[in-house]
Design a protein around this ligand. Structure first.
Ligand SMILES: CCCCCCCC/C=C\CCCCCCCC(=O)SCCNC(=O)CCNC(=O)[C@H](O)C(C)(C)COP(=O)(O)OP(=O)(O)OC[C@H]1O[C@@H](n2cnc3c(N)ncnc32)[C@H](O)[C@@H]1OP(=O)(O)O
Length: 183
């Protein structure tokens, strides 16, 4: 991965520990929001990623590139692939049971990805320093051990739920999460 210093764990960053309330190994992860472009079942234009964790600290998902995801004829749009990486990384950091948002996302495109391809996505955390989580993901063509087509490195920043209340629609989130809007 060609990464910038901004997505390279800073000195003193600690390796992440599996959260005691993380889903057990082998468990599927539920969508964090029904209308999410990445994982929401009710978002008809979305990517519909469904993920699982093999070990409570990393996440795996598959994304099949469809006609709606084209950039060049019959080839995946780079921005859509970046969205898939953003989503799978977001799912992996949510295993730590805190709300995070993407601060920075870097993407390497190594191979063209034709429509109809299933990308096998994997995301993991390289370290945590305060509110900053340093994460990485890859997308492999056709199989978990297939050729790497996309790599991403990201810096996610921990926020509080008020972030979503102030800037978005906390009530919509609270409808799906165990969170009181007006405690
Ligand atoms: C949906 C809610 C559901 C809730 C349920 C639970 C949560 C579920 C969680 C996950 C599920 C999956 C989610 C999938 C979706 C994918 C994720 C997205 O697409 S998120 C959308 C795109 N991202 C934004 O909209 C962020 C917009 N930016 C901001 O709001 C702010 O800039 C923010 C919060 C990122 C930082 O602002 P500050 O004021 O809080 O903090 P400051 O002091 O600026 O930064 C803190 C530290 O981080 C560094 N930093 C911040 N941004 C950076 C950047 N872009 N590059 C490098 N460093 C950065 C700073 O230098 C600072 O570092 P130093 O502590 O001084 O060492």
């Amino acid at each position: 991965m060609t990464r910038s210093p901004l997505t390279t764990p800073q000195p003193g960053a600690a390796p992440p520990a599996v959260h005691p309330e993380a889903p057990p190994p082998g468990t599927g992860l539920r969508s964090h929001y029904n209308h999410c472009f990445g994982c929401g079942a009710d978002q008809r234009h979305g990517l519909h990623l469904t993920a699982r964790t093999p070990d409570g600290s990393t996440v795996e998902a598959e994304f099949t590139v469809g006609e709606a995801h084209q950039g060049a004829p019959m080839l995946a749009h780079g921005g859509v692939l970046a969205a898939a990486m953003d989503e799978v990384i977001g799912m992996s950091v949510y295993l730590f049971r805190k709300p995070y948002v993407t601060g920075r996302l870097e993407t390497d495109y190594l191979l063209p990805v034709p429509v109809g391809t299933t990308l096998h996505l994997r995301a993991w955390c390289n370290g945590i320093a305060g509110r900053k989580a340093y994460l990485e993901a890859e997308g492999r063509i056709g199989a978990p051990g297939g050729p790497v087509a996309v790599r991403a490195a990201a810096l996610f920043i921990e926020v509080n739920m008020e972030h979503f209340a102030e800037h978005g629609d906390l009530a919509a989130i609270a409808a799906e999460h165990d969170y009181e809007v007006n405690p």
